[in-house]
Design a protein around this ligand. Structure first.
Ligand code: PMP
Length: 434
């Protein structure tokens, strides 16, 4: 980042640039009547440069050698390169480094080449893609599955195709992922969020609105990405006895992490969930998104989901990695036992030290800071102490809910966890978080 060019950007009046949450820049601009997009971009850039100068800019850091439980991380602020314990990566089972997964991807490149060159509908799928769809459908307890290039585009594509236009109504959990919300907006359906993980609120909204629409789609996540909390899926499924709706569950943060493969399976609700979706970038350490459902709904999505129709499909090597990761999950169940033991250990210790880690139970462990300035400053100090994690700030979450997010994976050692806990305890006291 070229700090010297920052002078040009000082003209825009953005309060406290060095500690300002970057998510507030648009609001600042609007309050000053600035709508010109070039000026808004300059305002964003000024905040980024100022934060980089003081070292609190914490985004866009990158690993020198790829995703791992530790390694060299380069700060995109002026904090240099640091050997860090790495916490922001969703490779829950660390299968991106598993020799069987790596070999399968390399072999597939030799056989199938790189890239697909076109979308599935126009011939971009290979026999590997078809095998993956079949196997994923099986794991997810449905007859069919449809493979999208990413989890993001699976949600956007599927939701916008399933609830098309104003005769449809979508109710979604307030904390759903941006890809779900973008799909909802693109659908052209009427929509409302319901209170986070609150089946009573969902019930009230179904009672009030559902009867006025031809189709009602309810969208939730099985485990919420910002808190690691499980959804109250049984209660939501029970509402199907009272109301007529289709249910869509995003299993991004639970797929492959249970012996039953999905949380819907584990809770015995798959039959009552119409669409089970997951991304393939997390436990299966690849890329891709999948929606498992009936043959008829699959056909509808093939024909109406632009993200499927007009987007090149996943490269064969990444599909081979997904299939190999599924093999490993089946053949090495100790990986799951080990991951869940570490989750229990780290969550218990953080709570014991006095941190607020919320209500979750999953490998996503939030540490609530609840003050934006403290979040940025403590994040910088953590990096300087060799702990690399995500600072979740506004507008991703409310100001009162800003937090660090640790994502445990099976390759994190107990030593790495303990060292992280020591740093967190020291800094938590220093910054008054505990
Ligand atoms: N759904 C949820 C709940 C997610 O957390 C994410 C990504 N974090 C996605 C969908 C999108 O998946 P991907 O990044 O693999 O496209």
């Amino acid at each position: 980042m070229d700090i010297d060019s920052s002078e040009d950007f000082q003209k825009i009046d953005v309060a406290n640039k060095a500690t300002r949450q970057i998510g507030l820049v648009r609001k600042d601009c609007l309050e000053q009547g600035i709508v010109d997009v070039e000026t808004v971009a300059e305002a964003y850039h000024a905040v980024k440069l100022d934060q980089a100068k003081t070292g609190i800019w914490c985004y866009d850091n990158f690993t020198e050698g790829g995703s791992n439980s530790s390694g060299l991380v380069r700060s995109s602020a002026h904090l240099g390169t640091k050997e860090c314990i790495i916490w922001p990566i969703n490779h829950y089972l660390a299968l991106n480094r598993h020799p069987k997964v790596v070999d399968a991807a390399i072999d597939a490149i030799r056989t199938f080449g790189t890239g697909c060159g076109t979308s599935a509908m126009s011939g971009g799928h290979s026999s590997l893609h078809k095998l993956a769809e079949k196997r994923l459908a099986d794991w997810m307890g449905k007859e069919e599955a449809i493979l999208f290039p990413t989890g993001y585009s699976a949600n956007v594509g599927a939701i916008s195709a399933l609830a098309k236009g104003p005769s449809c109504f979508i109710l979604f959990d307030r904390e759903c992922h941006a890809s779900i919300i973008d799909g909802v907006k693109l659908s052209g359906a009427k929509f409302l969020p319901f209170r986070h993980n609150d089946a009573d609120d969902l019930n009230r909204k179904l009672e009030k609105y559902a009867a006025s629409y031809e189709n009602v789609l309810v969208v939730v996540e099985s485990v919420y990405s910002m808190t690691g909390e499980e959804a109250c899926l049984r209660e939501i499924v029970d509402l199907k006895h009272r109301h007529n709706f289709l249910l869509f569950v995003d299993e991004a943060h639970s797929f492959g992490l249970h012996s039953d493969r999905t949380l819907c399976n584990k809770l015995g609700v798959t039959e009552n969930v119409d669409f089970v979706m997951t991304t393939l970038s997390k436990s299966t350490a690849s890329i891709g998104g999948v929606v498992a459902t009936t043959p008829a709904f699959k056909t509808l999505m093939q024909v109406e989901a632009n993200a499927y129709l007009f987007q090149a499909s996943i490269p064969p090597s990444d599909v081979a990695a997904i299939l190999a990761a599924m093999d490993v999950i089946e053949m090495e169940p100790q990986l799951l036992t080990s991951l869940w033991s570490k989750v229990g250990y780290m969550r218990g210790k953080l709570k014991g030290i006095g941190f607020d880690t919320g209500e979750g139970t999953s490998p996503i462990i939030p540490v609530f800071v609840r003050d934006s300035d403290t979040l940025l400053k403590m994040g910088q100090a953590m990096y300087e102490d060799g702990i690399f994690t995500t600072s979740v700030a506004y507008p991703v979450v409310k100001h009162s809910e800003v937090r660090f997010r640790f994502i445990l994976n099976e390759s994190h050692t107990y030593d790495q966890i303990d060292r992280t806990l020591d740093v967190m305890e020291k800094l938590g006291r220093k910054f008054g978080v505990i």
